[in-house]
Design a protein around this ligand. Sequence first.
Ligand code: NAD
Length: 251
Amino acid sequence: AGRLKGKVAVVTAAGQGIGRAIAEAFVAEGATVHASDLDRDKLADLKRAKKAKLDVRSTKAVEAYAEKIGGIDILVNVAGFVHHGTVLDCEEKDWDFSFDLNVKSMHRMIRGFLPGMLARAKEQGSSGSIINMSSGASSIKGAPNRYVYGATKAAVIGLTKSVAADFVRQGIRCNAICPGTVHSPSWETRVEDLGKTVGGKDKAMEIFVSRQPMGRVGKASEIAALALYLASDESAFTTGTAIPIDGGWTL
Ligand code: NAD
């Protein structure tokens, strides 16, 4: 415990899944954690965090939230949505929604919080860390039926590297995490949906697991462990990376 002592962190989509696991890990390591989600109720049982409803698709809401919180050390952009299908299933409204939620939200959050992060890093002679949730399904790997999702998550990697390049001399690091399949509430829904076409949830689970070289899907806590490393000063020499964490899916 204490790896994030004295640090202030902001985590989006902390209501469930990976975002929740990250918020919990950061709290356990002594950070002051501002946890937000579109659905405030999902944060109810998160302990020892400052909680807020935040729709990362709203520029106004993000600006107000950043102004209220001020200087922070760690920003974790987790909010994202998995659209299912090929280019032929992706209407313009699907494209726009996915890019808005998965990519532009990160632009909004970084625009909102970076000035305060820079000031704090300068004042304290410390470093700030931005962590963006990408995916193995991105520029790393083409996954079937993840057309616009893969495009958004590739954009996240580009955005991450650009921010890292621009602020590398100003004490700000920016890295992307690229998970393979991770057990989360929305993944459960994807398994159920696939189950409808392949003859049941068990069969669908088998299909997901079979593409994992390690023979299992990941745990949100395993992704949180990487986020914790990237948030802490242990990773002080690491910036602009897109780190796969996927049980061998992209090896
Ligand atoms: P999830 O999809 O189960 O939960 C997403 C959370 O985001 C929910 O609590 C939801 O209320 C919140 N949310 C939705 N719209 C929002 C908005 N506009 N503003 C703020 N919050 C909003 O969680 P997950 O499966 O752990 O996924 C989290 C992130 O990790 C996503 O970016 C996802 O693409 C990425 N990821 C997940 C997996 C996986 O297999 N689960 C793999 C790779 C990457």
